[in-house]
Design a protein around this ligand. Sequence first.
Ligand code: FMN
Length: 151
Amino acid sequence: MRHTRVMQNDEGQTSQPIHNIVYCSQTAQHMDKEALEKIIVTAKHHNPRFGITGLLVYGSGIFFQWLEGPRDNVTSLFKIISADPRHSNVVLLTKEDEFRERLFPNWDMELVAAEDISAVLEDAMDAASDPKQKNTLSKMLKELNKSPLGN
Ligand SMILES: Cc1cc2nc3c(=O)[nH]c(=O)nc-3n(C[C@H](O)[C@H](O)[C@H](O)COP(=O)(O)O)c2cc1C
């Protein structure tokens, strides 16, 4: 299935607030390393052109993804990802606007092992100067601790 990308090129990203979406989902079938790699290659290809950064966590048949960037682009990408048959039961956990800075500025889309995600989020929390961001990361950590993503 092909999707029409209506995302804008991200020339003016510094003037726009950073929007972020965090969701989790379940995979239709077990994702092996190759299948995960395929998603990451696609993401690393598209995301920089649209000013999108973030991270993807996979463990025990569950995806957890953080997307950040200009609002229209993040919203369009989330629609595309939600319709992807490689996963289902997409649950939106957080949707926030007006971030002053990115949490993962250098990550076009990084795949993080489930056992490392707490450390990644704690690092990002330490680095964040915006209290709103710290709060969001703390919420994410709490979500994770409620239902840990084992391997
Ligand atoms: C869990 C998950 C996360 C994804 N993350 C991204 C992403 O960050 N960026 C992206 O372009 N595509 C991502 N995709 C792939 C999209 O759903 C879609 O297949 C892809 O953007 C289509 O690209 P194409 O038109 O070049 O084939 C993801 C897919 C899944 C299942």
